[in-house]
Design a protein around this ligand. Sequence first.
Ligand code: ZN
Length: 122
Amino acid sequence: MGGWRKSLDPVPCSLYVPSMAAANASPRAQRSAILQSPLRELTGFYLAVDCLAPGCGGERRFAVAELADFYRGRTVGDVLRLMRCSGGCGGRAEAAWLETGPILNARVRPRRVALRGPEARG
Ligand SMILES: [Zn+2]
């Protein structure tokens, strides 16, 4: 009751599902829609990336808004191609997910869409 009004977090209206990736779209269609989206359309989301190198830093999470400041008009797909692991191996983002990030409303489960890697098949 009143949970929404208490939150001061900026909440884009498209928080739960990117507007161009409808919840009932196929995983492949959602993935390609997200990869073709400019970062600035997905601020409020988080990008999780993993170089998948054994013994390396593992999964890391970036606020899309911060990536958008750095990469400007690039799309999610561009950025995944440009990013390199700073944890030591210098590898590419072999696995990546778009996440809803920390959610203020506990009734909504975080969503994550696999963009690359073993989960991003089909
Ligand atoms: Zn690495």
